[in-house]
Design a protein around this ligand. Structure first.
Ligand SMILES: Cc1ncc(COP(=O)(O)O)c(C=O)c1O
Length: 416
């Protein structure tokens, strides 16, 4: 186990038996399991403090508002930000859409947005929307091992590049991108710099830097509940931006034909917010802080390098992304070659065959052994196109995984 502060028993779902056996959960990149401490925080909130926030003066409502705002402060402190720079959203996807519908709207025909070929669809589609208005989307490539091509990035930074939006860690290749360096280059170019931190804030120490304008991440990928996400934004930028949604809560004054909006971050939180989500996320942050983010990273690096070594011994397995665990997170996308006689036979008759097992077949095979991995394109189709692949299987680790999970995964895969 990772440390004394994190036990598998903290996670009630691991007590559940599937076909009489425990599961090996290797899909934390998609969503993480939740410790009892997070579940308790949510139940306690509903049992002891539930009321709508920011609008009533009675004691219970005051308690709920205090819990909600304390959660914001805890999340802010976790990433080295100030609490008025933390906007609660539904998830990373909504955080990035918020930016597209606010700062994106101020772009003009001929402006450019620079992203990479390893982005999740959440950091592509909100920007692609703007192409309808004559705004160009440029993509930075990556090398054979999945390292981002920094020279390509620099060469694509043009005067017209108004936004640079980059994933910190790829959810497929696992590559950890040098965001400090990319951010500096973006700022020198006068571009707004945005980080998709959905796969980094949960897995490594993350501290805010001057060159980071906006950072997006999701609570459910870091032990928190679903339906709560975060958008960090520099305060003066949030102040300049128009609201995203409009309605209750986000106003100072409304007249028949005009309104004065609240200051950030409330300006961006129209309607009743997800208070239970914020409270659960704060409990998740507390749990992660007790383990220590350096320790989370060390643990995942250890499991990753152990897995990569074992996969290299399986001759029919091909994995993607950097070979060195230092350069990648705890996510391993892979395929398995089918060297059956039938395929050999067909090839000898010059019939073109796909040598790889379909990734869903790999995941089904592992599922039969209670090993849960994701399969498909992982919401990163441009990345799959760059790799000339229809999809991959993907195993990913988090704080509750141990060496026994790696053993179970690799030995099950070895049976294929
Ligand atoms: C890198 C990355 N960005 C964005 C997202 C989208 O996250 P969400 O579905 O929580 O909005 C994911 C989800 O897997 C991701 O891995």
């Amino acid at each position: 186990m990772i440390s004394d502060f994190c036990k598998k028993e903290d996670f009630p779902i691991f007590k559940k038996k599937f076909n009489g056996k425990s599961m090996v959960y290797l899909d934390s990149t998609a969503t993480t399991q939740k410790p009892k401490q997070v579940l308790d925080a949510i139940v306690n909130y509903y049992e002891g403090s539930n009321a709508n926030v920011h609008r009533s003066v009675y004691k219970l409502a005051d308690d709920a508002t205090e819990l909600y705002e304390n959660s914001r402060s805890n999340v802010a402190e976790f990433i080295g930000a100030r609490s008025n720079e933390i906007v609660f959203t539904r998830n990373t996807t909504e955080s990035l859409n918020l930016l597209s519908f606010t700062i994106g709207e101020s772009l003009r025909k001929g402006d450019r947005i620079l992203i990479t070929s390893m982005e999740h669809h959440s950091n592509i589609l909100p920007w692609m929307r703007l192409e309808e208005r004559g705004i160009y989307l440029d993509y930075v490539g990556f090398d054979k091992e999945g390292h981002l091509d920094i020279e390509d990035l620099k060469s694509k930074l043009k005067r017209e590049t108004k936004i640079v939006s980059v994933t910190h860690q790829s959810n497929v290749l696992g590559t950890i991108n040098p965001i400090e360096e990319i951010g500096k280059a973006a700022k020198e170019n006068g571009s707004t710099f945005i980080i998709d931190a959905a796969q980094s804030v949960p897995h490594m120490p993350f501290k805010m830097k001057e060159q980071y304008d906006f950072v997006a991440f999701s609570g459910h990928k870091m032990l928190g509940p679903m339906g709560i996400g975060v958008l960090y934004g520099k305060y003066h930028l949030l102040e300049e931006m128009p609201p995203f949604n409009r309605g209750g809560e986000m106003i100072k004054d409304v007249d028949f034909h005009s309104a004065i909006f609240e200051d950030p971050p409330i300006k961006f939180e129209a309607g009743t917010p997800n208070v239970e989500g914020a409270v659960g996320l704060a409990a998740a942050v507390y749990y992660l802080k007790k383990i220590g983010m350096e320790e989370v990273r060390r643990h995942e690096k250890h499991l990753t390098s152990m897995t990569l070594k074992k996969l290299e011994d399986l001759k029919n397995v091909k994995y993607y992304g950097p070979r060195n665990a230092e350069e990648r997170g705890g996510v391993i996308a892979f395929n398995v070659e089918d060297s059956s006689n039938l395929k050999n036979d067909l090839e000898s008759k010059n019939v073109k065959v796909d040598r790889l097992y379909h990734s869903h077949d790999i995941a089904t095979f592992l599922d039969e052994r209670n090993v849960y991995v994701r399969s498909g394109h992982h919401c990163a189709e441009p990345l799959m196109r760059s790799l000339h692949l229809p999809g991959t299987a993907r195993a990913s680790f988090y704080v509750y995984n141990g060496e026994e999970d790696v053993e179970a995964f690799v030995s099950s895969l070895g049976e294929l």
